[in-house]
Design a protein around this ligand. Sequence first.
Ligand code: ZN
Ligand code: ZN
Length: 1552
Amino acid sequence: MGGSDGILGNRSVERGKATVSTASGKWLKRRETWLVILGVILHAVYMMSIFDIYFKTPIVHGMDPVTPRFKAPAKRLVLLVADGLRADKFFEPDSEGNYRAPFLRSIIKEQGRWGVSHARPPTESRPGHVAIIAGFYEDPSAVTKGWKANPVEFDSVFNRSRHTISFGSPDIVPIFCGAVPHSTWNTYPHEFEDFATDASFLDEWSLDQFQSLLNKSNEDSKLKELLLQDNLVIFLHLLGCDSNGHAHRPFSSIYLNNVKVVDHIAERVYHLMEDYYKDDSTAYIFTADHGMSDKGSHGDGHPSNTDTPLVAWGSGIKYPKPISSTNHSHCSFRFVDEHMHDTPTPKEWGLDGIERVDVNQADIAPLMSTLVGLPCPVNSVGSLPLDYIDMIEVEEVEAVVANTEQILNQFLRKSYIKQSNSLHFKPFKSLANYSSILDQIENLISVREYKAALKLSENLRSLALQGLHYFQTYDWLMLMTVITLGYVGWMIYLVLHILQSYTSLPGNMLRKEQAVRQRNYTGKVYLCGCLFMGVLSILLFLEHSPPLYHAYTTMTVFLWTQIISEYWFIKALWKHLHGRKFNYIIKLLATTAVSVFILEFLVNSFTDRNLYTWCFLIVGPTASLYLFNSIPWRSGIPIFVCMACWFLSVFTLMPAEIPDNNQLVIVSGVMIILIGVVARWLDLHAEGKYWRSISKHEVKKPKFPMLFQLQALLVGLSSVMVSLSTSHRTQKQELLALHQLINWSIAGFSMVLPLFSANGLLSRLTSIFLGFAPTFLLLSIGYEAVFYGALALVLMAWILFENTVSHLSKDKKSSASTKNADANVIFEHDERCLQLSDARIPLIFMVLFNIAFFGTGNFASIASFEISSVYRFITVFSPFLMAALLIFKLFIPFMLVICVFSAITKLHRLPRLGCYFLVILFSDVMTIHFFFLVRNTGSWMEIGNSISHFGIMSAQVVFVLLLFALTNIYTKGVECNSALITSQKVIFSSGLELGSFVVTSNVLHHSWAAISELYGEIHEPPSSASTVRFKIDDQQPNCTIIAFVTWPPCTKEHLQGRGGRDFVSSSALEETFPLFEFLCTKTNPRFSINKPAIDLFASVRGVLGFLKSQISTKPLIITGHSLGGSVASLFTLWLLDTINLATTKRPLCITFGSPLIGDDGLQEAILQYSAWNSCFLHVVSNRDPVPRVLISPHNPTAPELASPTNEYKPFGTFLLYSELGCACLEDPDSVLELLMATYSEGPVFDYKNIVQQLKGNVICKDSTKVDEWIAQPLQAGIITQLAAVGLGRPQTERRERKWLIRRRDVYDSNVLNEMKVYMAQLEWYKKCSEDEQIGYYDRFKNAFDSSDIKAQGFKKSLTCYWIDMVEEVEKKPQRKGAPFTTRWLYAGTNYRRMIEPLDIAEYYRDGKTDYMAKGRSKHYTQLEKWLSEDEKPANRPNNSKKQNLAGGLTENSCFWAYVEEARISCEVLSNSQSNDMDKHKQSLIVFEADVMGMVNNNAVSAEIFLKHSSFMKWWKEYSEIIRKGIMGTSYTSPFTDFMQNGQFRRYAPGGL
Ligand SMILES: [Zn+2]
Ligand SMILES: [Zn+2]
């Protein structure tokens, strides 16, 4: 469509779009907010589902303990738990070959049993101790309870004991003893856990407490009595290893030394006990709650965390059993955990010859219970490890039976609860006959078949455990289905939203069409949804399901209801896809496939970090090759991109457990400064078009000139602090409070600084990069510090890449803006819609976001944090602060990525929330995948990781959103010059755009506010001579306003008075005031300017320099009222010549009620630069006489006005306002005509009211036009056009009466509005057809679609209306050239050109021929006749014809009839059976010559050249005929040349 501006052309669509942007923008905002909230809730709710699915608490209440029927092998039990002691560090020798636990080794070798106890994730202290002492695996949510030391809610060995003595950590001991009355316990205060020093004294503390208790008992007889009871349990919790492991990591000498300490404590406890009791009836168990990873953390399922030592000895424990082979016996059944405990014993442990018996951690509880002859804790799922216990056979059996019955009781209880709640209960079949098995066991015992009884009993126990598992997972299928459906529904819902709100799909249009049907339908869908939801809720309620189940189903049903309610949109979408070209479908599929591939890659990367290395190794060269093709090698950008990618690829090869390397941290500080310096240099000095949009060239004084230096200094300082703090620490000293203070203040201060940086893209991002560097460095311990720099380089590469891409696409399709006009999508003013290729950006974001996580040595698991990295900030163990710091460290790379992401959306002018939703959509693809990957079998490492992957992905929605909000603080002010560049080329290609921009963006409002403020500041009384006042308002956030007024204000009389209408010619100006010489050109050598205006302008000549110096990078608005407006116009003109447009934006001049200032010479001078013309917007009220006084005939004192030589001419865009509506015009003739026609005498209308009525979303109640304008974007264009026609008030009373009569008949406002709507609908129809490469003529002719039928309806109504109209007019007496007819014809012609082709289409579709003679309706002929009578070619300048007539519509409304006739001729010729071949040949030649003529006159719409149009079909047939030689051998004509050499493809009205 080139640059044409049609009456019904696409511009009006755009304009309408912008006009409603505020109203619908609000709607979109609401919807976005709603979606974000929904997303957060949904992910939170569904994430909780894993607690219901995988982490349901296993505890049930109401079972009775099973009293054992055997004699206790030991009187008392000592339990030693070395917190955080991992098995290998315990068993293996040190580098010199000495074992660290000599005492316990001697026990293993001489008097006890040993094995590895396997803990289950979460390998945290509380769950570990619960498993040991209570015998079950708590759900991980209990980890959080650990800090609160809640009292016992479950049964434990301690509960069952006669008395329990317990010493240890305040985090552990109270959990078990807090609510047990028969216990003696004590804990040390939390402050003891300061982990900067050696924590082994904590272990000593526990021992000391115990020792003093024993000593005390020698004096305290009561205590002594207590201690001498049987069923006594003594528990010493030894925290040293855990604290030292966290602080110094498990391979540090401090940790290893702590192992020795623990061993020594075990030895001392043993001797203490033996010395005290001397009865040889004490059993000892030494174990650990969990291990410790190499990074000094625990929590996940890695063997270093799960494998803990177990050593048991003393009364009731078997002696070591030597074995010949290394194979140790196979363990009994394992609950859920199918983890095989058969890792061979490492050679270096030196325990090959002694049988090793591995247990699950929970097995220790029944072991302890059995040893002291207590009932097992009722919730225990542990299987008694018989290999440890030294009992006679019958008692062994009894012990196992007791264990079995206890587990069976749990099963029965669960089964009972489930059954009583379920509507449809499915029992666990294998245990249907459990009572008979029990009887059988009793029988076997009574007949002393102990082996068989044991076997049967163990079988029953494993069945009971399976049964427990069965009920634990009873609801899985249902839950999984509901949640998967929910995720899928959410994704579809998101896709629909993205399509409807951010893409160019004509979604809203489709919806509008069906709005009525939709409304009905939606109601029904919602009703059904509610009913369904209700039924489900009742069912769930009857089953006593947990409340969250309701939440899951409600959420899922809700989402699907929403989707189904969009049925019409989906249907339309489907149709739309069907209608699209094959290529498009392929592209869509390819994009989907690539996205899925990348997402799957990311899924895999969770388990294999190294994948990123490959990814970046490949992406680097690929991206740079791509760039190499399009931008000069010299720029260095391709090489940089490749290098940056390769550099980043290194990091995922590094070990996940970051080795300490302070040198590296310090060096990377230097590197970060270097990167900063280079970025800074580029920002200030880089040249070339690829840099312009991201760097800042305007030399503007920054607020803080030394900011960059300060930031670099802080980075340096943090490097120094890193080395200081570390060297201090390695000397085993506590961190100095001073260091701590400095570290905190550097970190805090540096993060605030970026807020004050210049807001060019590159400078702001550099500042953010430097701002977070100190904090990150202080939190770093090794290579991740370098990673920070590498990540920044890759992000820079990404920006450069996207920048290049955006330049390329801009170069390629300068008409990209027309694409956006595809739909009435609503955006903030300068965002564009999402396209398919934009999926790239969120995808790259996802990859970078993930590498930001994995690159710093994280791997996705429950606890993989490097705690030692916080020691530069805190030394005292405070879990929440530490966790906060660690999470913050994770945040920093994410922040960088998101800042760059935000910047790129600005660079591309993409809707940021749209991109966010895409990110969410993509991460949900991964979430679903992870949801299915969550497993409940395999090693606990895998289970734990699969769950944490799912959790991480689910949290990403909230996480990304949170980071978006956070980084928004930093990136809010970022400005890309890309918008600036485009605005330098073309500000607004048409006045309509300018008008709507000004109206919707509040610019108008601010301008008028500046003017009225200026008036308010003037206090002196008006003098006789006008003076210019001006005011600079640079307080506005996005623009600078310079306002001009005159004082006293100019009146009509003033201009009508002496000299008010005088001209000063350019030649006269040259001598006195040579500022406007530049307007004179060869073709346009002279012009004249209104004398009062130029005089006033000359009076401010002195301050021009000052005013110019006030121009900053912000857009400049120059405004003025009345004659002040004239001064503003002149000032703007002068500026346009003098400012450097390469660095400064073009100003926008808005005048209010300003008189015209120049003649046709000035007009011509300005019009020759289209960009100049669009710098001016003149707002004129119909009540304001001043703008008209120089031209209008209302001026009785100026009869000479009519003389054509002395005429004022308008330029720029005019926003004409009346109470009836508002019109925006730039055709100078129309402006002139309307300025004269629309004047209505009355009280002078204040522009304040106009501004208010137009401002934003204010809907003026008593003006239906404005109302309508805002509500109906599509029609706005036409409404204003027609309103402009109707605006004209007849000048005489007589004509007014006539006018009123006519208006009552045909211009009845309701009917008229309807007609406007129909035209708008048809216009849209036409637009859609063009997009489908068919053209509306042919689409209508083919009529295969419901929208075609609709179009037919509109057509019919319009035709009826116009037939009546024409008849009406014919009846009335006509006055030749009456202005009424002229304006009325404008709409009629439009109608004819739009509708007659459809009539023709209908006519030929029915197989009729010869439309011109037989088919044409009379009213068309009449309309055409009137037009030809009215058209006086001399009156109309060339450009207006181009603009007004050719835009999208073919001038000759019968064109298609000729085409059809030509096709008939072709058919006749190709069949060559007719007699009158020559006649047909002749008509074809005439036709093609006609077409050529129309093309040359721009009189035909480009639409005819669309691929599937009838015209092109004709041309195919015709060229065939030519090829056959029917038209004569080697026939050519200008037309055939035009078609054959493809010139027609470049045809656009006005484009040739
Ligand atoms: Zn622990
Ligand atoms: Zn710990």
